[in-house]
Design a protein around this ligand. Sequence first.
Ligand code: ADP
Ligand code: ZN
Length: 607
Amino acid sequence: MAEGPTPHGILKDLFGHDDFRGQQEAIIGHVWQGGDAVVFAPTGGGKSLCYQIPALLRPGMAIVVSPLIALMRDQVEALRQSGVRAAAYNSDLAEGEAQHLRRAILEGEIDLLYAAPERLSLPGFQAFLKQVPIALIAIDEAHCVSQWGHDFRPEYMKLGELAELFPGVPRLALTATADPQTQRDLVHRLRLDAARIFSSSFDRPNIRFSIEVKDNPKRQLLGFLEREHRGDSGIVYCLSRRKVEETAEWLKGQGLKALPYHAGMAAGLRQANQDAFLKEEGVVLVATIAFGMGIDKPDVRFVAHLDLPSSVEAYMQEAGRAGRDGLPANALLLYGLGDMAQRRRMIDESASPEAIKRIEQAKLSALLGICETAECRRRALLRHFGETLESDCGNCDTCLAPVESFDGTVAAQMALSAVYRTGQRFGIGHLVDVLTGNETDKIRSWRHDQLPTFGVGRETGKAEWQSIFRQLVARGALAVDHDNYGALRLAGDARAILKGELALKLRRDRRPTRRAERAARGGGESAALRQSLDAEETAVFERLRALRTTLAREQGVPPYIVFQDTTLIAMAKARPRDLDGLGTIPGIGASKLERYGARFLEALAQS
Ligand code: ADP
Ligand code: ZN
């Protein structure tokens, strides 16, 4: 008896995987049967298969709403290589091509169609789609529909209407970043109140989170890259275009393959740099946050922030671009007092309505709290998304090198009182001089050496005082006055602290050490590979990787579209001798086996 396709059959034959992950199977089954679904799962959690497989199981064509053309291009190419009939309908298409695609759609030759939300709201396009049976509608990056979310896109608002336009067609919304409020909001706006919700933890256990106080950011970055990421691909985020240019230039001077990316560059150059990042090995892309959404590159081994992101969600999304393939990856964030003030000012000076500004300030405060916490970073990050971590993660900077905390009530009182007694119009430098009794000209001319607070904090070092001020700013007890050269004034619960109504636990900052103990280890290959392969396997891996590069170049696609690192690693370990053996390697489906099998067997035979 002939059986129809099954979820497992498709998983194995097309994608080359043996087992489903997490809730994939449940979600696929639910949507296959015609149910609506909302999927909250982390980046790299395997959300794509949750709509790709039901798209192939159900009659008709699936529509995938995706915010960016670059993202569609990549996904469509990856699907085609796996033997799936996928296409993107967007402005990339010349009129002739669009016509050709419309004909293919009408003839039932397309199983998955990717389109942007703007396209889907065009009445003409909607009318066209009404002519063919629709298998399902998937809305990717669904947090974009919410104003509470961190990258709201007005075009997403109309997507709720798809419910009426295509009655009876199952819909799924998927996202990797949404705090509880955004989650509720997106469900509602997309009219998915009756949908089944599949939540998995947003955690990314393979990413090691580290947050350091900015001391000498270039040196800190270079040290990090040399220690842990020689030859790796990664992203360095900076806030301004100028800093992007400068940092890329500087890294290049240090012998790294660094390239800039920001919205102010000529389009051609920007595209070329993005292409190089996707298609070559070991490129460090220095970028503003204009870069990243829709970048599906699985082997980004690190994301470093040289400036503070705007919120915890933004941070998780940006840092989350590391390690999609599940191999070890690093997220490093450097921040300082200047960043806090700069971010606050950006919000104050933006054109947003007051209500939005308040949300943004609160989102920023939540991130600052995590920067200044003495507890496990992952626990703090996940709490923001309404999750509770049972035990400390063991894979963040505070877990690996616990920080001391101390009763900072008295120190905080001294700091606040120095602010108050000097009239709330001086910046940190001067305030620290007051506390440590440093008789500068400025101190004398303001007669601040006469104050009762003068010199009361001599026992504590300058760096510690700076850290105390930073923590007070982070918790909102002090506000930075941007119009007045960074003067500090009392705010929030400062008065309660001064009156002794609140006890304060503060973090004792580690001195920014040179972390020499983890110095260079020769070889030069990335930490992720060192962890999973021995020397002989590494040699095989390198040969396979070279072949992958050749094959990718021949087709003008990124290497990971041919095979991902995880697949090459499995190949290097198992060293299959024939096509049957090769077919059991994860990530090798029938179509790729036919396309690439012989060439890889040849390379393996040389081992
Ligand atoms: P998301 O869209 O949730 O960020 P993807 O769908 O891009 O994640 O999947 C992330 C990675 O996990 C991809 O490299 C994909 O090939 C792999 N993957 C997904 N599902 C499975 C599975 N069941 N078995 C093995 N690998 C999987
Ligand atoms: Zn931890």
